[in-house]
Design a protein around this ligand. Structure first.
Ligand code: GCO
Length: 457
């Protein structure tokens, strides 16, 4: 696809709309013990036999810890406004409590200053899943004592960076850390205990709300928010059982997070379903969780289809699938945005992740990933449609800048718009990166012409 197929797409967005790319610390940095860094629960999980599809780990990943300047040059060359990255908590405080690691803090300070020097806005995420391993020994996110430690960490980072970054996200995808980490156990820390999973979700939300309060009390000027992975939910059939499952799963994925954040209460139907497994909530928790947000981040990849007997397979839908086996369904993003806008009183929304894994082939210094380009362009169009219908949207970030460590899939699934040869660490922009660069050139030209029109020059 080239821009001539969607020639006016960029004109549907206001000039202040933020365009970006995203990564996360564990997936790209490597250097798990360099310069005083502590290990995270993902370092440990990677050592569990069978946990990672290709038996790999994050020891090297994209070697971003040493190649960060080259990576920032690459980011700047795309023409993006913003780079969404995460800070590794165990890099700045190796044990999660106790001493701070100045070298770790310095690294992120250099990274942020490097972005600013290149005209790229730093969008910081504090927790993209790499909890300090030492904290897991005392229960990790299942232990309420982790909550004030996260708040201390948030305050420390904000003290160092808060004057220079426009945006701070507390947590990325609490559902993943809770359910995949503690209920199905397919992600770190690999536990299988539903009651614990729900307690983890509660502690994540609580630490989010308390961090917002603390950062604001400290005078932090950055916009503060949280990032959720949301999908529209549909039932495989019209049967009463499938329809009931759809309501429950929507409750567990969407309402379990949106209701406390925006209505200060957990959904009654999910609480009833959980019974004994419902989390322990103390007086004042729900008010803290509902601390007003400056923005809501939504990560969208695909829709969810459920059936009561869990027999439904995405290959049945007839929709094209990504290399993850996820349906390509851009309409779902419009549907989702309209739905949350209707059901909740929301601040500005950022689509903080969207992209696809495809079986790329590096051929003579090029990767012809037309399917990824089409995926991205169609989802940008889906956002424009939601905006046309009144949803307040502030930005869009492609997942991901680089091919990287795709969690339990290891390095087998490539999400980057830039190809990484993991043996040589060579970066090669794929056709999708070149398309995005071209698209962003149009964005900048359009902004310039609007600015000229208003100044009458
Ligand atoms: C996510 C994660 C990313 C994944 C991506 C693709 O937020 O789920 O942020 O780390 O790599 O979603 O699965």
């Amino acid at each position: 696809m080239n821009m001539t197929e969607l020639p006016t797409l960029h004109e549907r967005f206001p000039p202040h709309f933020v365009w970006g790319v995203a990564t996360s610390s564990f997936q790209i940095e490597g250097a798990p013990e360099q310069d005083g860094k502590g290990l995270s629960i993902w370092d440990q999980f990677c050592r569990v036999p069978g946990a990672i599809a290709d038996a790999s780990n994050g020891d090297v990943a994209c070697a971003h810890y040493s190649r960060w300047q080259e990576d920032l040059d690459l980011i700047a060359s795309l023409g993006v406004d913003a780079y969404r990255f995460s800070i590794a908590w165990p890099r700045v405080r190796p044990g999660g409590s106790g001493a701070w690691n100045e070298k770790g803090l310095d690294f992120y300070e250099r990274l942020v200053d490097g972005m600013l020097a290149r005209g790229v806005k730093p969008y910081v995420t504090l927790n993209h899943w790499d909890l300090p391993l030492e904290l897991q020994a005392t229960g990790g996110w299942a232990n309420r004592d982790t909550v004030p430690l996260f708040v201390e960490y948030a305050r420390k980072v904000a003290t160092r960076l808060g004057d220079r970054v426009p945006s701070i996200t507390t947590h990325n995808e609490p559902w993943v850390m809770s359910v995949l980490g503690h209920e199905s156990g397919v992600f770190a820390p690999g536990l299988k205990n539903r009651a614990m999973a729900m307690q983890v979700a509660h502690h994540l939300l609580l630490s989010h709300g308390l961090s917002l309060q603390a950062l604001r009390a400290d005078g932090c000027q950055a916009d503060l928010g949280i990032v959720l992975n949301l999908s529209p939910m549909s039932a495989a059939t019209d049967s009463a059982a499938d329809q009931a499952k759809k309501v429950l799963e929507d409750g567990r994925l969407v309402r379990w997070y949106m209701d406390p954040l925006f209505k200060s209460a957990y959904p009654e139907d999910v609480l009833a379903y959980l019974g004994q497994d419902a989390p322990q909530v103390q007086a004042g928790d729900m008010q803290a969780i509902a601390t007003p947000l400056d923005f809501l981040g939504i990560n969208y990849y695909t829709r969810s289809v459920v059936s009561a007997d869990d027999s439904w397979k995405s290959s049945q839908s007839g929709l094209p699938l990504t290399d993850m086996g996820w349906e390509i369904y851009p309409e779902g993003l419009t549907e989702l945005l309209l739905r949350v806008h209707q059901d909740y009183e929301l601040p500005v929304i950022f689509v903080t992740e969207n992209g696809g894994a495809f079986p790329d082939v590096l051929d003579n210094g090029q990767v012809h990933d037309a399917a990824r380009t089409e995926y991205i362009a169609k989802h940008i169009e889906a956002i424009a449609q939601a905006m046309d219908q009144g949803v307040p949207l502030g930005g869009y970030m492609v997942w991901s800048l680089l091919d990287n460590f795709e969690w339990a899939s290891g390095y087998e699934k490539r999400f980057g718009i830039v190809h990484v040869d993991f043996a040589s660490q060579q970066r090669t922009p794929k056709d999708s990166a070149l398309w995005y660069q071209d698209y962003l050139r149009c964005v900048h030209a359009h902004r310039a012409s609007l600015a000229q029109a208003t100044t009458g020059a």
